[in-house]
Design a protein around this ligand. Structure first.
Ligand SMILES: *Cc1c(COP(=O)(O)O)cnc(C)c1O
Length: 457
C-alpha cells in the first residue's frame, strides 16, 4: 500500500511541466525549491500513514502558495495598530512624504553626495545637514552618523579614547539590543569612572573624581526609565562649570533628542537639544528616528573644535551615513524650520500630538468601516505608549476599536490578522482585540475592515 503510494508520487519535472506552474510568473528557482519541499512533505505524510495522495491540482496550488511565500520579503509593510508611535520592532519613526521622496530620488539619481558643485571638485558628505542642524539647535558645528549608538561610540573614541570618562551611577543606561553605557565606554578604549549612587549624585562626587587621566564628563539621558523619590542629580550648568574649570568637555547622550518642546503634547521629561547646548554641554548626540521623526541616524552637535576632531577620527568612515538617509534627514530637518509645519507633516509628531477628541472621531470612522462589513465592535479608551524608549512613565490618552471576534477566540483573531501578506499588528488587552487608531493610517481602514470580516466569516 505504502509502496504503491510512494510510486505514484509525481516527479519534480512532471510537476514543473504542469500548466498551473508554467504560467506562473514566479522565479523558476523558487518553484523548483517549492516542488522539492512539497514532495518531501508528502513523503513524510505517506510514511505517517496517509491513505491517498492529493490530486495533482491541489499539489500545484500548495506549491504555488509555498513559492509565493518565499517571494514575499521578510521586511515588508505592516499596519501598526498598537498605538505605540515609535514601535522599535515595527521600525520606529515613519518618514514624512517629503523625506521618503527625497530618499527615493537620492537612490535613483547621481547626486552631489561628495561633490562640490561650485568648484567642480571633491566635496564632503558632512556638509549636507550641518548648516541645518546648526540653525535648528544653535550649535557651532554638527555631523551625522549611522545611529545614536554609533554617535556615542565615535564621540567617546575621539574625545576620550585612552583616558577616563566620569558618569553618574544613576545614568548607566541599557537600551534594547545590548547597548549599555559601561560596555560602550570600555569599547571606546576608555575607563569608566562611576560616581554617586543610583538615586543621588552630587557636585562634589564629580569634582572628587577628576584626575590626571580624566578626558570628559558624560551625562546620559535616562530615556527608558525614571528615578523617582529621594533623588538628586547635578544640573547641566553645574556639570559644564566643573568640566570647563578643568579644561574638559561635557558630553551628553540625549537619546531621543527632541528639537521641538513636546510638553504641549503631554510628553514631559524629554530635554530639547537646544536646552542641552544652551546649558553648556559641549557635544550632544541623539537619534534621528526617535522623537525627531526622521530616518535612522545619529546626530552630533556642539563646539567646532570637538566636532572637527570627531570628523577626523578613523571610525567616522566606518559609521558614515548613506546618501538615501542623508537626503531623508535633510528633508526632515528642513521641515523643522517652521515648527507648525513640522507638527503637521512629520508623522511621528502628528501621531503624538493627536488629541483625544481627534482620536475618538477617528475610532468612530474605523468602527463605521468595520460595521459596513458586518463585524461588530466597541470603542475603548486606551493609554498609548510613546515607544522607542522615550517617555517611559507616561501614557497618552487614546482610543481603540475592539473587534468582537465572533466564533474565534481573541488569540485566533489576532493570529489571522497578523499572518496576512500585510500583517495587522494590534494589541490584546484584558481579553480584547484592540485596534489603537493613533498609529493607523486612515487609508488602511477599508483594508482592515475587509480583513476582519474575512477572518471572522
Ligand atoms: C536610543 C538611545 C541610544 C541608541 O540610539 P540608536 O539611535 O537606537 O542607536 C543611545 N542612548 C540613549 C540614551 C538612547 O535613548
Amino acid at each position: 500500500m505504502e509502496e504503491n503510494l510512494f510510486r505514484s508520487i509525481p516527479r519534480v519535472d512532471e510537476l514543473l511541466g504542469r500548466d498551473e506552474l508554467k504560467v506562473s510568473a514566479l522565479p523558476p528557482v523558487l518553484l523548483r525549491e517549492s516542488v522539492r519541499e512539497e514532495l518531501d512533505a508528502l513523503r513524510d505524510e505517506v510514511r505517517g500513514g496517509l491513505s491517498a495522495l492529493p490530486e495533482t491540482g491541489i499539489l500545484c496550488a500548495r506549491i504555488l502558495a509555498r513559492a509565493e511565500e518565499k517571494q514575499l520579503p521578510t521586511l515588508r509593510s505592516v499596519i501598526n495598530a498598537t498605538g505605540v508611535t515609535l514601535h522599535t520592532n515595527l521600525g520606529r519613526a515613519c518618514l514624512s512624504e517629503r523625506a521618503a521622496n527625497a530618499a527615493a530620488e537620492a537612490a535613483r539619481d547621481y547626486s552631489t553626495l561628495e561633490y562640490d558643485v561650485e568648484n567642480g571638485c571633491r566635496g564632503s558628505r558632512y556638509q549636507h545637514v550641518e548648516a541645518l542642524l546648526c540653525r535648528l539647535t544653535g550649535a557651532e558645528a554638527a555631523m551625522a552618523v549611522n545611529n545614536n549608538a554609533a554617535a556615542v561610540l565615535l564621540i567617546l573614541s575621539a574625545l576620550a579614547g585612552g583616558g577616563e570618562v566620569i558618569a553618574s551611577r544613576g545614568e548607566l543606561v541599557e537600551i534594547g539590543g545590548s547597548f549599555r553605557i559601561p560596555e560602550i565606554v570600555t569599547q571606546c578604549g576608555c575607563t569608566l569612572c562611576e560616581v554617586g549612587a543610583t538615586n543621588k549624585t552630587h557636585r562634589r562626587d564629580y569634582e572628587a573624581a577628576i584626575g590626571e587621566q580624566t578626558r570628559a564628563l558624560l551625562k546620559v539621558h535616562t530615556s527608558n526609565y525614571r528615578i523617582v523619590g529621594f533623588t538628586e542629580s547635578v544640573p547641566r550648568e553645574e556639570l559644564a562649570e566643573i568640566a570647563h574649570g578643568h579644561g574638559l568637555p561635557l558630553i551628553e547622550d540625549l537619546g531621543s533628542g527632541a528639537i521641538v518642546d513636546l510638553e504641549p503634547f503631554g510628553i514631559r521629561g524629554e530635554p530639547t537639544v537646544q536646552r542641552s547646548l544652551h546649558a553648556g554641554v559641549d557635544v550632544a548626540s541623539f537619534s534621528g528616528d526617535k522623537l525627531l521623526g526622521g530616518p535612522q541616524a545619529g546626530l552630533i552637535v556642539g563646539k567646532r573644535e570637538y566636532i572637527e576632531r570627531i570628523k577626523k577620527h578613523p571610525l567616522a568612515r566606518a559609521l558614515r551615513l548613506d546618501k538615501m538617509t542623508l537626503a531623508a534627514l535633510h528633508a526632515t530637518l528642513s521641515v523643522y524650520l517652521d515648527s507648525e509645519t513640522a507638527a503637521r507633516e512629520i508623522p511621528t509628531l502628528a501621531m503624538l500630538s493627536a488629541s483625544e477628541d481627534e482620536l475618538h472621531a477617528k475610532a468612530l470612522r474605523l468602527q463605521k468601516a468595520i460595521a459596513d462589513t458586518g463585524v461588530s465592535s466597541q470603542l475603548v479608551w486606551t493609554g498609548d505608549a510613546v515607544g522607542g524608549g522615550s517617555a517611559p512613565a507616561q501614557e497618552l490618552n487614546g482610543w481603540a476599536v475592539a473587534i468582537e471576534p465572533g466564533r474565534l477566540s481573541v488569540d485566533e483573531l489576532e493570529e489571522k490578522l497578523r499572518l496576512r501578506a500585510k500583517p495587522i499588528v494590534a494589541r490584546i488587552h484584558r481579553r480584547q482585540y484592540l485596534l489603537c487608531v493613533r498609529t493607523i493610517r486612515e487609508e488602511d481602514f477599508a483594508e482592515i475592515a475587509a480583513a476582519a470580516a474575512e477572518a471572522i466569516r
